[in-house]
Design a protein around this ligand. Sequence first.
Ligand code: GLC
Length: 738
Amino acid sequence: MKEEQLLHLLDSMTLEEKIAQLVLLTGEFFDSEERSIGPKQKIGITQDVIDMAGAVYNVFGAEEVVKIQSNYLKKSKKGIPLLILADIIHGYKTVFPIPLGLGSTWNPDLVRKCMEIVADETSASGVQGTFSPMVDLVRDPRWGRVMESTGEDAFLNSVFSAAMVKGFQGERLDTSNRSIASCVKHFAAYGAPEGGREYNTVDMSERRLRQDYLPAYKAAVDSGCEMVMTSFNTVDGVPATGNKWLLRDILKEEWGFEGVVLSDYAATQELILHGVAEDELDAARLAIEAGLDMDMKTSVFANNLLELVNKGTVSESLVDQAALRVLRLKNKLGLFEDPYRGASVEREQVTLLSENNRKMAREAAAQSVVLLKNDKGVLPIQPDKKVALIGPYSDEKMICGMWAIQAEYEAVVTLKEGMKRQTAEASFFHAKGCDILEDYSVLGGMAKYLKTDTNPEEKEVYLSDAMQAAEQSDVIVLALGEHMFQSGEGASRTELSLPEHQLTLLDKLSLLGKPIVLILFTGRPLVLTGLVNKVASIVQAWYPGTETGNALAELLYGKRNFSGKLSISFPHSVGQIPVYYNEFSTGRPLSVSGRSERFVSKYLDAPNAPLFPFGYGLSYTNFEYSDLRLSHPSFSYGDTIQLSVDVTNTGEMSGAEIVQLYIRDVTGSVVRPVKELKGFQKVNIEPGETLTVLFIITEELLRFYTLEMEYKAEPGKFIAMIGTSSDSLLETEFTLLP
Ligand code: GLC
């Protein structure tokens, strides 16, 4: 439909119809009128509004979507189709690693390809848009949703944010039915709740917000992201959903965002609980004036905007503008011409979980896994070694992450299934050892979905079988982890260790004196300090998704090499949190020699450094860095300089190395981090080969929010660092001339 037709359509709509376009509901409201009575009563919404609602989310399957859309259109007076959205964060039926795993790939091209597949599968099932990418910067693993983020760094998160939007939408969203509209979330800074406690207050300086927390959202907007979801939390004392400065001044004015702003679940109503709205009438006013377009899962807009406009409290033009943005998105998707947009059972049958999609999932899973320790080369497992695979995650299919809400778990390849494909029967023993949890009530409401009734006798058998399997083996592969529902939304934790009974199993096995390869299935960094010396190798698997077993087995048996690097720090203890690589120096840095032992920035009972730092990850081979060199010692605004380094594979196995560039602005008008990631390259290097890796340093790379809150580079001295991890770098100096 042409723009003028859209404007004509808007003009023809009643105020009630325009308000209804701002309502976003879940599928049960579009069930039969009888069956939707409960949900309607619960949020106080009328059937009339539902019959004109703008969008529905979390309905799945071409058949179901076609049914809902066709029933809806039969009642629609203006023929405006429903927008069909969903939470497809990192996989529909073929599930890719959780985003914290995708972040560990440091491979945006791979991640874009994964999201293209997600879009293809999702659109085949009739969904036209997704509430992804989630790009909240995270520095606090107590918060359960770190699993949904690509990590602690603004630069890396921005690269992945852009890649995911392009994967979902293509270069620009159009009516081709393989792309879907993306929705960057949660705007803004949801990842910084005080105490790591879910939905808690977020409060920081505008400078930190702009410098660290906003860039990845802006990267999504600059990549054409069609929707933005407001976060539950406050930003400078005002909840994002009612925050005019955030939504209108920054998002719309400064960044030029013209798409749809939708709230998170019931966040409009929560303005009352936050204490910035007296009642729902006030909440509706605050939200629409702040720049919110769609109200998710409440009747706040539906039941109050009419009165606000009729009383003259809210200008009808605000409603018109919001409704027009919703209509424009539907038009971009081609829904007026084809409301079903590619939904097809036949297409589902050839697309979902196709071999090609699984192959990409295996590649992503293999690149997402991080080798944290590998003493004495216990890995890769040699063919002549007998292996005992033990642990609650050894043959577990629930390894896709809390947000893989449509995962086909029967299609998941477990670690056991994958390893059995790599080794002879006689060399392989398996035992569960124990359950993931002893007490599933810690999972809150999620426990009801799980079988959780192992009796004491069964537990005894689990343990004795495990000891027996271990005694017959040369190497123990121990698959442990937190429960998949111990991370994700509503899953903040104050203790970040493995469950006690799993640690007991590890201790019993370590008494046998055989090398243990520990594989960790977690949605967050756990505190591994107490166990790191009890095992020979540690593999951080996260939740790798559908192809877990095949990917892990290829790595464990050396059919392919590890390449993953951490995109979030692993704390030495919970007491260190937040611990992140790009910290400020402080006036008493521990690193400055000559300071007294006591009166420097440190702890009495723990180191300052994390157990495993940002950018860290081992390989089966070694990469040596040498000859770091600059093309010039200084450059002026508008110029650039080149920084290159030689990287040699000194081992016997080819491998992919993530060469990282960090820069320190030594003196600024405000304090600057001791280092900031400013570039990276993932390069394949053959044994014995030396590659020269080149980075171009531009003035843009040096920009930051100055004392005057201007985003620009300041002249002066800089330190450039290149290496294999944020704590292992060669360095040199250069100057930006005034
Ligand atoms: C949830 C999440 C958000 C999700 C939305 C819809 O509360 O915060 O990420 O997209 O509700 O399910």
